[in-house]
Design a protein around this ligand. Structure first.
Ligand SMILES: Nc1nc2c(ncn2[C@@H]2O[C@H](COP(=O)(O)O[C@H]3[C@@H](O)[C@H](n4cnc5c(=O)[nH]c(N)nc54)O[C@@H]3COP(=O)(O)O)[C@@H](O)[C@H]2O)c(=O)[nH]1
Length: 514
């Protein structure tokens, strides 16, 4: 059991750790992807803003009343150039002659052969090339009306301090600027709009495109590695948190396993030391009110006085592999009590619960036979209750049930309806009684969906020739309904809670005199 728990703890721990790691990594990649996606958009918006602002600036110069090339005119141009770091020079032109200007250009200005583009908006553009080169930098020229500007394209993209990022600016699909200047970048046509995570190349690529003033494309490329750099602290914190959780999980499983192990050891001792007690819950014939027997239910009080619920300790004994010892301990007490009961109530029988493991070999069957023979009791003094889950797919259990019946024991299927057994499946077993589960009895007289199911269960039992016992009868209304539907027997708090032997004897006496 401890080994099983250790394996469960290990698998659980690894899964938990992996799940936390996955969530943290996914969140980091999502944050980074969103950030990388907004990078191209913000760079593109800035570049577009610069072009629009420059066009508006040139339009403003044209509208100005200041006499051209006057001190006022040149001061205005100077102020505009100084406040915009990407503007290298501004010139005033008449036809194809530069009359005056400000900035770092010869007075005659730059005169590249012909414009690369003339737009409907009135903007004329020259892409950076040899003839626009000044001081080793090829400038982008833009003219609107009678003024033009020379723009340093290197300053159109501002990527901040992170060196791993790359970005490029295209106007009319012609590369105008990049950061770093010689960066290797995919061309716009090769990249879809928005954000693409390219795991093959380990990068997040984002593209921003607009055509408000000039058709621009900005592509930003960010290595996925940088996710680790930027989110290392989150990932480390996540890993530490995961480790703490896994450690807590291990401790919890260890404590639980230790507890279960010591509980199982204590239960095993209690079974060997004959400290298991039983109680009897009467089964009543609904037509006459006679008590025809009882279900024998195991009880265990721990050394410290704690009363354990049977569904807990029965499951524990099943898991720890000694449920047959519990069954046999209960059986020995039942046989002993029956010899006393039968002296006063000759026909009385008790129902013994069998666990699935009891139907895997002959141990319980042969011990039961020898115990009854030794006590001089007939086999029909002990009836057997088998839960639906014990019927699951076993030829051994089918054969053992047949043996029990041949020896003279009545066999009941318990908790029927809580599992998945179908009518046709039930037919493959030799059975005598069907116990209708308490959940169906609870639904009697209510509008619950299950309230109709009990009718089908009763019909089904009838069609299979099985007697019926309704479990968990708690009210007179339920009893009436069951009588009307010709259910043979009832068991439940309405008649009696489980009783010690003395209490059960009293119950039988009262019923006899009633
Ligand atoms: N393999 C074995 N299983 C056993 C043995 N002894 C008990 N059990 C199983 O444990 C489960 C819980 O049993 P218990 O707490 O004893 O509860 C029984 C009744 O007290 C309860 N019941 C009966 N009538 C009513 C009622 O009207 N209202 C209400 N709230 N509870 C009621 O039902 C339990 C009996 O159910 P069932 O066995 O399905 O007839 C239980 O599954 C036991 O089977 C053992 O020795 N071996």
């Amino acid at each position: 059991m401890l080994f099983g728990s250790a394996i469960a703890a290990l698998v659980g721990g690894v899964l938990l750790f992996a799940a936390i790691g996955w969530v943290v990594w996914r969140e980091s990649v999502a944050t980074e992807t969103a950030y990388a996606g907004s990078l191209a958009a913000s760079l593109g918006q800035r570049a577009e803003g610069i072009f629009v602002d420059t066009r508006d600036l040139l339009a403003g110069f044209d509208r100005s009343d200041a006499p051209r090339c006057s001190a006022d005119h040149l001061r205005t141009l100077q102020q505009a150039a100084v406040s915009r770091p990407y503007i290298r020079a501004i010139g005033y032109w008449q036809a194809s002659e530069r009359r005056c200007g400000v900035g770092f250009l010869p007075p005659e200005g730059l005169k590249p052969a012909r414009a690369d583009r003339i737009y409907d908006t009135g903007v004329i553009a020259w892409w950076p090339n040899k003839s626009t080169e000044v001081g080793g930098v090829q400038l982008f020229l833009m003219r609107y009306g009678d003024h033009d500007v020379a723009i340093d394209p290197r300053l159109l993209l501002d990527l901040g301090p992170l060196q791993q990022r790359r970005a490029g600016l295209w106007v009319e699909k012609l590369r105008l600027a990049a950061s770093p200047w010689d960066a290797e970048l995919p061309v716009p046509d090769a990249v879809s709009a928005g954000v693409t995570v390219d795991r093959g190349n380990g990068v997040v690529v984002s593209r921003f495109s607009r055509n408000d003033l000039l058709p621009i494309d900005v592509i930003a490329v960010e290595p996925l590695d940088s996710v680790w750099n930027r989110h290392a602290s989150t990932l480390i914190a996540g890993a530490a948190f995961g480790l703490v959780l896994v450690a807590l999980w291990f401790l919890l499983i260890l404590r639980y396993s230790r507890h279960q192990l010591s509980l199982a050891t204590e239960l095993r001792r209690a079974v060997a030391g004959e400290h298991i007690r039983v109680q009897y819950q009467p089964v009543v014939e609904l037509a006459t009110g006679h008590c025809i027997g009882a279900e024998v239910l195991a009880r265990w009080t721990r050394d410290d006085g704690e009363v354990m619920r049977p569904d807990v300790f029965i499951a524990l004994a099943e898991e720890a592999g000694f449920i047959q010892d519990v069954t046999l301990a209960v059986m020995r007490i039942a046989v002993r009590d029956l010899t006393q009961l039968r002296r006063e109530f000759p026909g009385i029988a008790v129902n013994l619960n069998l666990a699935p493991a009891d139907l895997q070999d002959e141990r319980v069957g042969t011990t039961l036979a020898s115990s009854l023979a030794a006590a001089g009791l007939p086999p029909d003094a002990i009836k057997l209750e088998i839960t639906e889950r014990a019927l699951v797919n076993s030829n051994t259990s089918r054969a053992l049930i047949r043996d029990f019946r041949r020896r003279g024991h009545e066999v009941a299927v318990d908790d029927f309806g809580t599992g998945y057994s179908s009518l046709s499946y039930l037919q493959t077993f030799e059975l005598d009684v069907l116990k209708i589960d308490k959940s169906f009895v609870d639904a009697i007289g209510k509008e619950a969906a299950t309230s109709q199911v009990i009718v089908h269960v009763i019909e089904m039992a009838r069609s299979l020739g099985l007697a019926t016992v309704a479990e968990g009868v708690e009210t007179a209304e339920q009893e009436r309904w069951l009588q009307e539907h010709r259910v043979a027997f009832g068991q439940g708090y309405y008649y009696s809670k489980p009783l010690d032997l003395e209490g059960y004897v009293e119950f039988l006496r009262r019923r006899r005199t009633a």
